[in-house]
Design a protein around this ligand. Structure first.
Ligand code: COA
Ligand code: AMP
Length: 630
C-alpha cells in the first residue's frame, strides 16, 4: 500500500486502523475497543486495556531473545566517554532502580520529577517510573530553579531524581544547588531525592532527604512491571504557553505505545535492531519520544548524545557519531544544521567519515528554512525530511511516511498529514479555506492515539487553549496552508510562543519576569529573526517615573533576571529601555509591528495605532541592538 491507501484506510475506519496497530504491543489485558469518548470533545485511547510501558520498551525484547542487543549507546564528546548498555543490562538496571524507588514508597500514580542531563541514567529513571506506573515529569536542565519550582508545585512529586551536574561546553551546570533552590521556593516538598553523582562534581547530600543513586539501590529487591490502564498517564511534560505558567501535557500509556511504535517503521523507516539517533535532549518532547521511548519500544538501539553540533570538538561530530555507530536514521533540529553549516559551509567534515549507513535525515522543532535543507542535501547526499509536530501531539502531525512510500520532497513543506490527523486550514470564523490560502491550522477531533488527552490538573485551560476557538477541532497554534497536492506549509505561530534554537519559549512568561523588576513599569518581549537560532527574544522596558539610573545597568539586570528566573536556555540577551511602547488606541501592544520593523520587513501602519511617532523611537532602539537596519 502507498501513502494514499494507508491514509484512506485510516479515514474509512479509524478505530479499526488503530486496533490493528495495537496488536504490535504486549497487553496484560487487550483493550475491548480503541476510542473512548469521556466528555464533550474529550477522548481517550485503549482506556480499558492493561499494559506496561517499561515491559514493552525493555523486558519484552529480552524475553524475545534480543537481550544481547545494545539498547542504549551513550556517546559523550563532552566527557570523552562511550558506554553501551544491552537490553538485558537495561532491564536489570531499571528493575533495580524501580525496586529502590518502590522501597521508598513510590507507587502507581505517584509523580516523580527527573532533572538530569544527557546520561543513560535519565532514561533509566524514566523507565523505572513507567515500570511502577509512577508518572514522571522530566525538566530540562537549562531551566532555572524557579521554573523547576513551578513544576514541583504543579506535579507535586513524591520524589525527585536528579544528577549532581550537567556539562555544557566550558561550564559545569550545578544541578544540585538549582534543585535545592527549587525545593526551597516550592510550596510542595518531595518526600525524598535521589542524586546521581557524576565524577565531574560530587554534590552535598542533605541528610534524611537525599539519597545517593548507587547507595540507595544497594540490596533492594528488583521490581516487576506493574500493569496499568491504557489511559493511565505515562508522563507529564511541561511546555510553554502564552503565560509564565507552563502547561502540563499528559501522555496516556496505551496510545503512546501504539502510536510511537507505528511511527518507527512507517515514518522513520527503521527495523528492530537498527540504530536510531535523535540529537535532542530528554527534557524536550523529541527526547521523550525519540531518544527514550519509541526506539526502545520498537527494539532499536538509541543514542544518548551528550554534546553539541559544533565545538565538541568540531563540526564533524554528527558525521562521526553516525559513522561510528552505524546510524540508519538521524533526527535533529534545523538550528543544529545551521550551526554546523556556519562552521563548515562546504561540508568538508562529511568527507572524513563513512556515512553510507545513513538512510535519511529528519528535521523538526522549528521551521526548516530552504537554505538549510538544500545545504544538508548537498553535503550529505541523503534525503532530508522536514516533519512537523508539537509537545502536545508527541509524534508527527505532518511528515514524510518514508517507510510506506517516499513521496517527492517539496522544500519548505513538512509534507503530508499522517494517518490519524485530519488537518484543516480554517479562517478566523472556523470555515475551511481553499488550497493555497493562509489560515489557522487545526486538526479535526478526535486526535490520534499518543496525543494529549488533557492538561495535568487543568481541564479548563485545556479546553480554552485548544478546543474552544474552533469547536470540534484541536487548535495547533500554528498558521499555514495546504497546497493542491495536500502538502502542508507551516508559516508562523498564532500566539505568543517563540522558537529559539528549537526550544519553545513563551514571550508572555519573559514579560512576567521583566515586569517583576522594581524599576520596570511596563514591558514587551518579541521574537526577532536570528540566522542561527531561528528566533531570539528581545525585550523593551519602560521605566517607572522617577527612576534615574543608567539604562545599561537596568538592561543588564533585566538580562540577568530572565536568566535567573527562566534559565540560560531562554537566550535572553537583547533588551532596551524605551520611553513608551507602541499601542493601539485600546491599549494593545503592537508586538507584531515591532517584529516587522526589527526584521526590516514591510509593514502597514496599523489603523488603530495610538501614536505612530513611537515607532520611530522603537526603530532607533532596535538599531542600537543591531536590528531594523534594512
Ligand atoms: N543545561 C544547562 N544549560 C543549558 C542546557 C542544558 N541542558 N542546554 C543549553 N543550555 C544553555 C547553554 O549553555 C547556553 O548558555 P550560555 O547563555 O551561558 O551560553 C544557553 O543555554 C543557550 O543554549 P543553546 O540554545 O544550546 O545555544 P548555544 O548557543 O549554546 O548553541 C546550538 C546553539 C544551535 C548549537 C544549539 O542551540 C543546539 O544544538 N540546538 C539544537 C536544539 C535541539 O536539539 N532542540 C530540540 C528540538 S528537536
Ligand atoms: P514543541 O512543542 O517544543 O515541539 O514546539 C512545537 C512548535 O514548534 C510547533 O507548534 C511549531 O510552531 C514549531 N515547529 C515544530 N516543528 C516544526 C516544523 N517542522 N516546521 C515548522 N514549525 C515547527
Amino acid at each position: 500500500m502507498g501513502y494514499q491507501e494507508v491514509y484512506e484506510s485510516w479515514e474509512s475506519d479509524p478505530e479499526g486502523f488503530w486496533m490493528q496497530q495495537a496488536d504490535a504491543i504486549d497487553w496484560d489485558k487487550k483493550p475491548s475497543k480503541a476510542l473512548f469518548e469521556v466528555g464533550e470533545n474529550l477522548y481517550e485511547w485503549f482506556a480499558d486495556g492493561q499494559t506496561n510501558t517499561c515491559w514493552n520498551a525493555v523486558d519484552r525484547h529480552v524475553e524475545a531473545g534480543r537481550g544481547g542487543q545494545v539498547a542504549i549507546i551513550h556517546d559523550s564528546p563532552i566527557t570523552g566517554t562511550l558506554h553501551k548498555i544491552t537490553y538485558s543490562e537495561l532491564r536489570n538496571r531499571v528493575a533495580r532502580l524501580a525496586g529502590a524507588l518502590r522501597a521508598k514508597g513510590v507507587e502507581k500514580g505517584d509523580r516523580v520529577i527527573i532533572y538530569m542531563p544527557m546520561v543513560p541514567e535519565a532514561l533509566e529513571a524514566m523507565l523505572a517510573c513507567s515500570r511502577l506506573g509512577a508518572i514522571h515529569s522530566v525538566v530540562f536542565g537549562g531551566f532555572a530553579a524557579n521554573e523547576l519550582a513551578v513544576r514541583i508545585d504543579d506535579a507535586k512529586p513524591k520524589a525527585i531524581i536528579a544528577a549532581s551536574c550537567g556539562l555544557e561546553p566550558g561550564r559545569v551546570v550545578h544541578y544540585k544547588p538549582l534543585l535545592d533552590g527549587a525545593i526551597d521556593l516550592a510550596t510542595h516538598k518531595p518526600d525524598f531525592c535521589v542524586i546521581f553523582q557524576r565524577e565531574q562534581e560530587v554534590a552535598h547530600l542533605e541528610e534524611g532527604r537525599d539519597y545517593d543513586w548507587h547507595g540507595f539501590q544497594y540490596g533492594v529487591e528488583p521490581a516487576d512491571c506493574v500493569p496499568v490502564e491504557g489511559n493511565h498517564p505515562a508522563y507529564i511534560l511541561y511546555t510553554s504557553g502564552t503565560t509564565g505558567a507552563p502547561k502540563g501535557v499528559i501522555r496516556h500509556t496505551g496510545g503512546h505505545l501504539v502510536a510511537l511504535n507505528w511511527t518507527m517503521k512507517n515514518i522513520y523507516n527503521v527495523d528492530p535492531g537498527d540504530v536510531f539517533w535523535a540529537a535532542s535532549d530528554v527534557g524536550w518532547v523529541v527526547g521523550h519520544s525519540y531518544i527514550c521511548y519509541a526506539p526502545l519500544i520498537h527494539g532499536n538501539t538509541t543514542i544518548v548524545f551528550e554534546g553539541k553540533p559544533v565545538g565538541t570538538p568540531d563540526a564533524g561530530t554528527f558525521w562521526r557519531v553516525i559513522s561510528e555507530h552505524k546510524v540508519r536514521t538521524f533526527f535533529t533540529a534545523p538550528t543544529a544544521f545551521r550551526a554546523v553549516k556556519r562552521d563548515d559551509p562546504k561540508g568538508e567534515f562529511v568527507g572524513k567519515y563513512d556515512i553510507s549507513c545513513l538512510n535519511a535525515i529528519y528535521l523538526a522543532g522549528e521551521r526548516a528554512d530552504p537554505d538549510t535543507i538544500e545545504w544538508a542535501q548537498q553535503v550529505t547526499g541523503k534525503p532530508i525530511y522536514d516533519h512537523w509536530w508539537q509537545t502536545e501531539t508527541g509524534w508527527t502531525i505532518a511528515g514524510m511516511p518514508a517507510g510506506i512510500e517516499a513521496l517527492p520532497v517539496k522544500i519548505g513543506s513538512p509534507s503530508v498529514p499522517m494517518p490519524g490527523y485530519d488537518v484543516q486550514i480554517l479562517d478566523e470564523a472556523g470555515h475551511p479555506m481553499k488550497p493555497g490560502e493562509l489560515g489557522a491550522i487545526a486538526v479535526k477531533l478526535p486526535l490520534p492515539p499518543g496525543t494529549l488527552p488533557t492538561l495535568w490538573n487543568a481541564e479548563d485551560r485545556f479546553r480554552k487553549s485548544y478546543l474552544s476557538h474552533f469547536p470540534g477541532y484541536y487548535e495547533t497554534g500554528d498558521a499555514g496552508m495546504i497546497d493542491e497536492d495536500g502538502y502542508l506549509y507551516i508559516m508562523a505561530r498564532t500566539d505568543d510562543v517563540i522558537n529559539v534554537a528549537g526550544h519553545r519559549l513563551s514571550t508572555g512568561g519573559m514579560e512576567e519576569v521583566l515586569a517583576s523588576h522594581p524599576d520596570v513599569a511596563e514591558c514587551a518581549v518579541i521574537g526577532v529573526t536570528d540566522q542561527l537560532k531561528g528566533q531570539l527574544p528581545m525585550g523593551f522596558v519602560c521605566l517607572t517615573t522617577g527612576v534615574n539610573r543608567p539604562h545599561d545597568e537596568i538592561v543588564k539586570e533585566c538580562v540577568k533576571l530572565v536568566r535567573d528566573k527562566i534559565g540560560p536556555v531562554a537566550a535572553f540577551k537583547l533588551c532596551a529601555v524605551v520611553d513608551r511602547l507602541p499601542k493601539t488606541r485600546s491599549g494593545k501592544i503592537l508586538r507584531a509591528t515591532m517584529v516587522k520593523i526589527a526584521d526590516s520587513e514591510e509593514f502597514k501602519m496599523p489603523a488603530t495605532i495610538d501614536d505612530p511617532a513611537i515607532l520611530d523611537e522603537i526603530k532607533t532602539a532596535l538599531q542600537g541592538m543591531g536590528y531594523a537596519k534594512g
